[in-house]
Design a protein around this ligand. Structure first.
Ligand code: ATP
Ligand code: MG
Length: 754
């Protein structure tokens, strides 16, 4: 990416653009539409176009309004404008979300339009929707309210009034939480309840509606506004809702100074009412528009680009008809890796290992992302990264243990634990008990509920049940392991746990066999406390929806099993497709995911949800024909998939030789129960050195080496380069940068103790 220092005048560099991009940038004032695939420089083109229009004197910087859809995307726009010398100060280009722009305008125009009626922006629709639901005899539980709320948001985004809702919902086959007439009644009740004698309550959609109306109905307001803003730019235009389009039309009036860029094949927000039709019909609406198509992909290696082309090549329907073959412009890179795992924990551990390897090779953590379909999938990855000592941040959502439904569920388990009439359930019985508590106290249902929000919540609760199953199974495994150890006499002092803290999820002594509720709650607490606080320099965990428009050097697309991507509810009970349109949106999500990667891309899936289960899943139907026969996926499958038992080819413990079962153990090269032959003095010396080094290079400490890697060094005391790179987390780049220092410290320490 180019780096241009900020200045007060635009620093336009037309050499940084290819011929088509330059054509869009140089097009005269008037409508311009860039229709292009991922990574072809659409965002770059609009920022340069703004710089061009300003430097050529067509428009003043403060007369430009650039809008997009999410706060993160608006931030990205501002950053890129800043690089072109169009900083975010007053008197500069405004780059905002639709909502933020509307809020500012409405504040300004309200007195003129509405007078002195006070108004307030509501923080949450929930209480008002609840009131309306109650008034219509509907449930006010959280799931029901969330689904009603998203249905109201969809209707408002689609400019469907309460009285038209029922007809439109039927026409569009909405997957609504209740009968359409009931939803319509709640919607009408919700709208009415916001008008009170003390003033008006507005939600985010009302901001847009009122802004449009202020300009449509008031000549003076429209004139003042249109005198102020003359040039409009929209990024990610495929995601515009009819409501946002109406605002845009109101801004424009009769004018046509509008540049839009988008990729219909990245439409992934249809559930909010967004539609690519506005993008695709742009040149019909503005026949004189300059229309540019971009095909060169500057973001990704040709290997990634080729996979992206094949993923979207299989798409069907009108949107798919608009796709263009992307042509990779970067030097060759590695082929995308496909990896199949026995179960989800193994997948997460495998991904964490691969992330550790990249970090060891010098790829910065902030340049690595793990992307999944739904937020509940983050749990396994948060855990695996925590165990590996790798910092991360969860984007566009909270970490697993901070989600309201998970907190509520854990609280319910604690309360159950405090009661004395709860049976002493262990092992499989504990799983049954947990399910029962979550059913009665946290609203876990047997079947997956209807509605996006309820599904997310349900998936989080199911993830907690699954975690219980895994912990119970691990507990049995650890007991067996402990028994084996006492036979060979390798370890086993009763105070071993104190001397060598065990990894989360491993054995805790119990006087009877099987994990019980006390043990489970302790495990959950340990896990949630062990989680790293969010750090911007960590690996990104994000849903595919939150990843749009962004890019990373390395991307891991995980959970690519049928039923996760595509998500279950677009499939019929027997795996047939129940909703073609929705299936195509799922395919576009995979396309968005693939195209986030600059260089490294790994796609993985698991055959079973949890360890020890029969592998009934199959990889995503979108991968059909894409996984090469000689792919490591086949090799991994051969190694790890033995339906008859837990025979796996996994790295072994350097002390007892048994397979290593979790990421931290793999990084340390020994299982948690084997004695840690650590030289604590050496560990301290290494940490001191790391602190100085990190400060000197202005890097966060973990970027130099993670705690786990330093621990592994202090345990294994490598004597030469070869021994050093054998430690996970240390690759060629780290060896080159820090190898000599580290080996000198190890040597000095062993000389001192000789
Ligand atoms: P998306 O559809 O994912 O939003 P996009 O079309 O907006 O992608 P950009 O993010 O603008 O693409 O560009 C992708 C990457 O390619 C960026 O890192 C950008 O700086 C780089 N790039 C774009 N055009 C060029 C060019 N002409 N020369 C060199 N690099 C370029
Ligand atoms: Mg973009």
């Amino acid at each position: 990416m180019e780096r241009v220092t900020a200045a007060t005048t635009p620093k336009l560099r037309l050499d940084d653009l290819d011929a088509e991009q330059a054509a869009a940038v140089r097009a005269p004032r008037g409508p311009v539409c860039v229709l292009a695939g991922a990574g072809t420089g659409k965002t770059r083109t609009i920022t340069h176009r703004i710089a061009h229009l300003v430097s050529a004197g067509h428009v003043r910087a403060d007369q430009v309004l650039a809008v997009t859809f999410t706060a993160r995307a608006a931030g990205e726009l501002r950053n890129r404008l800043r690089e072109l010398g169009l900083g975010g100060d007053a008197g500069q280009v405004q780059a905002r979300t639709f909502h933020a722009a509307a809020l500012r305008q409405l504040k300004y125009f309200w007195p003129q339009v509405i007078g002195d009626v006070p108004w307030r922006l509501i923080d949450s629709k929930f209480p008002i929707v609840a009131q309306a639901a109650r008034g219509n005899g509907l449930s006010t539980d959280t799931d029901s309210l969330r689904d009603l709320t998203s249905e109201i948001e969809w209707a408002k985004g689609s400019l469907i009034a309460p009285e038209d809702y029922a007809a439109e919902a039927a026409r569009l086959h909405r997957d609504a939480p209740y009968e359409a007439s009931k939803v319509a009644a709640v919607y009408a009740g919700y709208e009415a309840a916001k008008i009170t004698p003390d003033g008006l309550y507005l939600d985010f959609d009302d901001l847009l509606l009122h802004t449009a109306a202020a300009l449509e109905d008031n000549v003076a307001v429209a004139e003042e506004f249109r005198g102020r803003y003359r040039c409009f730019v929209v990024d990610e235009y495929q995601d515009v809702t009819p409501l946002q389009q109406r605002v845009l039309d109101a801004w424009l009036g009769e004018r046509d100074d509008l540049t839009v860029v988008g990729d219909a094949n990245q439409t992934i927000y249809s559930f909010t009412g967004a539609s690519p039709a506005f993008l695709l019909d742009f040149s019909r609406r503005f026949p004189e528009a300059t229309v540019v198509r971009l095909e060169r992909d500057y973001r990704s290696t040709p290997q990634v680009v080729s996979l992206a082309n094949r993923v979207i090549g299989a798409a069907r329907g009108r949107i798919a008809g608009t796709r263009l073959q992307l042509i990779g412009q970067r030097p060759d890179g590695a082929e995308p890796v496909f990896a199949e795992f026995d179960d989800e924990p193994a997948e997460a551990a495998g991904v964490a290992r691969a992330v550790g390897k990249l970090l060891g090779n010098g790829v910065p953590a902030a340049e690595i992302a793990i992307l999944y379909r739904i937020n509940a999938q983050s749990e396994a990855y948060e855990q695996a990264l925590t165990e590996a000592g790798i910092p991360y941040q969860v984007r566009g959502g909270e970490g697993f243990f901070n989600r309201p439904e998970v907190r509520q569920a854990v609280q319910a388990l604690r309360q159950a634990h405090a009661r004395d009439d709860i049976p002493d359930a262990r092992g499989a019985n504990l799983v049954t008990l947990v399910r029962a508590v979550l059913r009665s106290k946290a609203g876990l249902t047997k079947e997956e509920p209807v509605g996006a929000q309820a599904r997310e919540r349900w998936a989080s609760l199911m993830a907690l049940v699954q975690l219980t199953e895994e912990l119970a199974a691990q507990h049995v495994a650890a007991d067996t392991e402990a028994a084996g150890e006492s036979v060979v006499g390798a370890a086993g002092d009763s105070d071993e746990d104190d001397q060598h803290p065990t990894a989360p999820g491993s054995h805790h002594p119990a006087d009877e066999s099987g994990l019980d509720l006390t043990g489970l709650l302790r495990e959950l607490a340990t896990r949630s406390e062990a989680r790293h606080p969010p750090t911007v320099q960590g690996v990104t965990l994000a849903s595919l929806h939150a990843a749009k428009g962004l890019e990373w050097d390395a991307v891991f697309l995980v959970g690519l099993a049928d039923g996760t991507l595509p998500i279950q509810h677009v499939l019929g009970p027997d795996g047939t497709v129940s909703d073609e349109t929705a299936l195509e949106e799922e395919r576009r999500l995979l396309y968005v995911g693939v195209t986030r990667a600059r260089e490294h891309l790994q796609l993985s899936w698991a055959l079973a949800r949890s360890a020890g289960r029969k592998g009934r899943r199959r990889r995503s139907r979108f991968l059909a024909g894409l996984v090469p026969d000689d792919s490591p996926a086949s090799r991994i499958a051969q190694h790890t998939t033995d339906r008859r038992g837990p025979k796996r080819v996994l790295p072994g413990c350097r002390i007892c030789g048994r397979p290593l079962l979790n990421t931290q153990a793999t990084m340390l090269g020994r299982c948690s129960r084997c004695p840690a032959d650590i030289d604590n003095g050496l560990l301290e010396a290494l940490k001191d050195w790391r602190r100085e080094k990190a400060d000197e290079l202005s890097l966060p400490h973990f970027v130099v080496f993670s705690d786990t890697t330093l621990t592994a060094i202090a345990e294994q005391r490598p004597a030469d380069d070869r021994a050093l790179v054998a430690i996970p987390g240390i690759g060629a780049k780290k060896l080159q940068t820090y190898g000599a220092d580290v080996l000198a410290i190890v040597r000095a320490r062993s000389n001192a103790s000789d």
